[in-house]
Design a protein around this ligand. Sequence first.
Ligand code: UDP
Length: 376
Amino acid sequence: MKRFDYLIVGSGLFGATFAYLARKKGKRCLVIDKRSHIGGNLYCENIKGINVHKYGAHIFHTSNKEVWNFVNSIVEFNRYTNSPVANYKGKVYNLPFNMNTFYQMWGVTTPAEAEIKLEEQRAEAKVTLNGREPQNLEEQAQLLIGKDIYTILIKGYTEKQWGRSCKELPAFIIRRLPIRMTFDNNYFNDKYQGIPIGGYNKLIKGLLENTEIRLNCDFFKERETLTALADKIVYTGAIDEFYDYKFGRLQYRTVSFDTQIKDIPNYQGNAVVNYTEREVPYTRIIEHKHFEMFGTTINECPQTVVSYEYSTEWELGMEPYYPVNDAHNNILAEKYRELAAQETNVIFGGRLAEYKYYDMAPVIEKVFFTIRALEL
Ligand code: UDP
C-alpha cells in the first residue's frame, strides 16, 4: 500500500480545495509546491500591516451559494465590491460600462438617451458584420459597446494586457465585462463577492490544515520518487510541462509588479485603477489596502502599498499567469488535453493544467465536480 492516496502538485486554490475535500473523505494527501509558500497566486505578503496580493489582485465572486458557503465556512469574507475606474489621458471613467460611464463619455443622463447613443455607436460594426458572428475581440467589442468606448477604454488596455492586436484575440475575453443601463459600478454581476477577512492566506491555511505539505519541492526534479508515494496525482501545474513540451510550448502572459510603499494613507482612492491608453506602460495600479479597509479606517494605517502592473509575454523561468487562448494555442492545448484524458491516475485541474482563463469560484466548482465524480 502506498503512503498517500493523492499526491497534489501545487498548493493553489484547486490543489488546496481538493486536499480539503479529499481529506474530509478520509483520503491521505500530500501537497507539494515548488515555491517557498502555499497558496499559489493567491498568496499575500503582509507589508506595513497591509495584505499585498503578491501575484496579482484576486477578488472572489460567485452566484453559487454552495461555493460561497463553502469558502465562508473556512474564513469569513468581507463586503468588498469591485468597482475599478479607468484613467484615459487623465480623465477618469467608471467601469464596468454603465450609466456613469455613458454620462462621462457622452453627457447622456437617462437610459433612453444612452440607448440611442449606443445604437449610433454600434451601427458601423453592424454594417461591417452584416449578420455574421464577430470573429475577434475588436469586432465583438464594437458590436457590444461601439467605437468610442472601444477606442478609449478597451483597445489600448487589451493590447497591453495581451500583447496582441484586438483583431487576433478571441471575442470571449470581452464578453466577461457586463454592460449596464443603470448607475451601478459593481464590476461583477454575481450575487456574492468579497475578500477573506484577514486575507487569502487564511483561506489557504484553512483548506490545508492537517494536510502534509512539502514546500520548495519541484515535482519535475523528483518525479519518479514523488509519483511512487501516492496512488494518484492531482496535477495543477502547466499541462505542457507535464508532457515535457512534446508538442511544443503553450504561450502565457506573465505579469510583473512594481510594488511601492507610499508615505500617505490613500494614494488613488480605489483598489483598482486601469490605465487604458496604450502609451502608459503599465496596465493598472492596485492599492491593496482598499481590499480590506473601508471608509475612514484606511487612515488608521498611515502608509499605503501600491503595485504597478506590467504585462509581458511569458518566457521560460517566468511565472505563467494568463493562458493565451488564441487559435494556435487552443489547438495545441487540445492536443495536450487529449493525452491528459487518457490518464487513469492523474487528475488535471486549475488555470495552468486546464489551460483556461479561470476565475476562483469556477475552480472550486470544478473541484466539487471532480470529487463527486471520483465517488470517494
Ligand atoms: N478590459 C478592457 N478595459 C478595461 C478592463 C478590461 O478592455 O479597463 C478587457 C481586457 O481585454 C481584459 C478583459 O476585459 O483582458 C477582462 O478584464 P478583467 O478585468 O476581467 O481581467 P482580469 O482581472 O482577469 O485581468
